[in-house]
Design a protein around this ligand. Structure first.
Ligand code: 5GP
Length: 120
């Protein structure tokens, strides 16, 4: 799948759409999810153009991948979630219900999060 430069997160990165910024560095932006599904729900995205986790894992230089993982830990620490715990989730593709075609991970926290997946 080709990267769509008009996806909503690309527009947030270009500051065409506002976001509630939580963290930013040279490689990464983190901001609050617009429809939070937990008391804390933050999205972490790379600044590079990657469609999904698969694309990022296959194409991003090692330094960008390392910076991304470091930033996820840093954001969770900054949010005060590390001691109580949190969940990190990435949706790739149709079966996972990925909505936005720019790689992102969700950080959920602020309460007991329950089962990883709902019962069928
Ligand atoms: P996905 O299903 O692709 O893993 O998750 C996409 C997430 O992006 C959803 O949780 C959705 O609420 C969030 N989202 C969609 N549009 C916007 C937006 O314009 N701003 C922000 N902050 N979050 C968005």
């Amino acid at each position: 799948m080709a990267y769509d430069r008009n996806n909503i997160f690309a527009r947030i990165l270009r500051s065409e759409i506002p976001c509630q910024k939580v963290y930013e560095d040279v490689h990464v932006l983190a901001f609050s999810d617009i429809r939070p599904q937990a008391p804390v729900h933050v999205l972490v995205i790379p600044k590079g153009e990657y469609v999904s986790l698969d694309d990022f894992a296959a194409k991003a230089p090692a330094a960008e991948q390392a910076a991304f993982v470091a930033a996820v830990g840093k954001v969770a620490r900054q949010l005060g979630l590390t001691e109580a715990g949190y969940r990190v989730l990435a949706n790739h593709g149709a079966d996972a219900g990925q909505e936005v075609p720019h790689f992102h991970v969700h950080i959920f926290g602020g309460k007991r999060l329950g089962r990883m997946l709902p019962r069928e």
